[in-house]
Design a protein around this ligand. Structure first.
Ligand code: SF4
Length: 289
């Protein structure tokens, strides 16, 4: 399990998603960034985000600096549209950005624009992803490519079609990030499970985000790692009475409120000694990082 240290460097985005809370979070001022860079030991894994970090003119220098000062893994979270500038993509990768997380909404331009409240061109996004895929690292491998697919009622019907569409870019990982608004819990979970099956069949790692372990039941293994990511904290979550008997309780923040508002919402806590041991292990791993 890798825990990334978050570095927010910007506050403006090319999108304007209604569920996004990133805009409210502070970003690193140049002075704070300088202090961060000058600390004796940098975290090994750093995730650069913040609106759209690729519009920040010092990003390439920052990546080079972080690498020089010991950061081994730098992930950039982006819409991918700025990667349509091949020179920018090439520079970033050659300076040491080898992990990219691309927030994706839909292969249908109208749905993409409706979910993001923007007129960002899907063509640019796809061009950016293609550019990234054209590059390889010194060891012959491609930069790590993860798609964070944002899922809510606007695109829930096409979750699996989005996955299949993105397979042509040979991703290394999918993250299904469930956000409000949702209409039906059962339907949402059915679609999440279908997506897990497709990713499994194609031997691609899939994680879920903002889905408590109990809602996925047996399918939760390996998929719930991001449950405690900072993203979840942007949604108010609470423990229910039934959480008291749940094996996952120690590592779980509870159920985000947008699930609790659904008509067919219910939870079945995970109860088994085998699961309890697994979650104890996960808790220790999380404390270690
Ligand atoms: S602690 Fe509660 S919300 Fe978390 S997995 Fe268990 S029952 Fe679900």
């Amino acid at each position: 399990m890798i825990r990334y240290h978050s570095l927010k460097i910007n506050n403006s985005c090319l999108n304007s998603c209604s569920f996004c809370s990133e805009i409210k979070q502070d970003f690193f001022s140049p002075e704070k960034l300088n202090d961060f860079l000058n600390q004796p030991k940098l975290p090994e894994s750093i995730k650069i985000f913040g609106g759209e970090p690729l519009t920040v003119d010092f990003l390439t220098d920052l990546v080079a600096n972080l690498r020089r000062k010991g950061a081994r893994r730098i992930m950039i979270k982006t819409t991918a549209a700025p990667l349509s500038d091949f020179n920018l993509t090439f520079n970033l990768v050659s300076k040491g950005a080898h992990h990219f997380e691309i927030e994706f909404f839909s292969f249908e331009p109208a749905i993409y624009q409706a979910m993001t409240n923007s007129d960002l061109s899907l063509e640019l996004v796809l061009q950016g992803i293609s550019n990234l895929r054209r590059l390889s690292l010194e060891n012959g491998q491609n930069p790590f490519l993860s798609f964070r697919i944002i899922v809510n009622s606007a695109n829930i019907n096409e979750v699996t079609r989005n996955l299949v569409f993105l397979l042509k870019f040979r991703p290394d990982r999918f993250v299904l990030s469930i956000v409000p608004p949702l209409e039906k819990l059962d339907f949402t979970l059915e679609k999440v499970r279908e997506a897990i099956k497709i990713a499994n069949l194609n031997l691609i790692w899939l994680q879920t985000e903002n889905v408590p372990f109990c809602l996925l039941g047996e399918d939760c293994y390996h998929y719930g790692e991001l449950l405690t990511s900072s993203f979840l904290f942007s949604f108010k979550a609470s423990k229910l009475k039934s959480c008291l008997e749940c094996s996952a309780s120690k590592v779980c923040q509870g159920v985000p409120s947008f699930y609790q508002e659904l008509e067919d919402f219910r939870v079945s806590p995970l109860i088994s000694s085998e699961k309890f041991e697994d979650f104890e292990f996960l808790k220790k791993e999380m404390e270690r990082l």
